[in-house]
Design a protein around this ligand. Structure first.
Ligand code: THU
Length: 135
């Protein structure tokens, strides 16, 4: 359950994380903050690379940080950019691995919540574990 207090904290964390974005090529700073079921917040930023395709998005940094510390269950993720950009397809897919019910808050740098949605809504007919299990 996402309480109002946690919702605010998550939004604030995503906006604050943006300052650490490493985006010298695009100039597009992204901050993400992911709330685990254990109540911890894991933030992430986009980390670009001179060999452009090696760039990783803020959302995936947050989720990989969390999973690498033992987390598997997530309540919500807030994503902050200058203009409320939505998570890319790759990040939607990675998030979907851990639940279609994860709340997604898309916010801008004025703290406007432009969308409050879910991974399932952002990724209809998601490819998941049930497709891979053939036996
Ligand atoms: N980016 C993210 O961090 N998350 C997204 O979901 C979309 C795109 C980053 C990648 C790149 O550093 C910059 O935004 C421009 O594409």
């Amino acid at each position: 359950m996402l309480t109002d207090e946690m919702r605010e904290k998550l939004i604030e964390s995503a906006i604050e994380a943006r300052r650490w974005a490493y985006a010298p090529y695009s100039g597009y700073a992204v901050g993400a903050a992911l709330l685990s079921a254990s109540g911890r917040i894991y933030d992430g930023v986009n980390v670009e690379n001179a060999a452009y395709p090696n760039t990783i998005c803020a959302e995936r940094v947050a989720i990989f940080k969390a999973v690498s510390e033992g987390e598997r269950e997530f309540i919500a993720i807030a994503v902050a950019t200058s203009n409320a950009g939505a998570p890319c397809g790759a990040c939607r897919q990675v998030l979907s691995e851990f639940g279609l019910d994860i709340v997604v808050l898309i916010v801008d740098d004025q703290r406007r919540v432009v969308a409050e949605t879910s991974v399932g809504e952002l990724l209809p007919r998601a490819f998941g574990a049930e497709q891979v299990k053939t036996g």
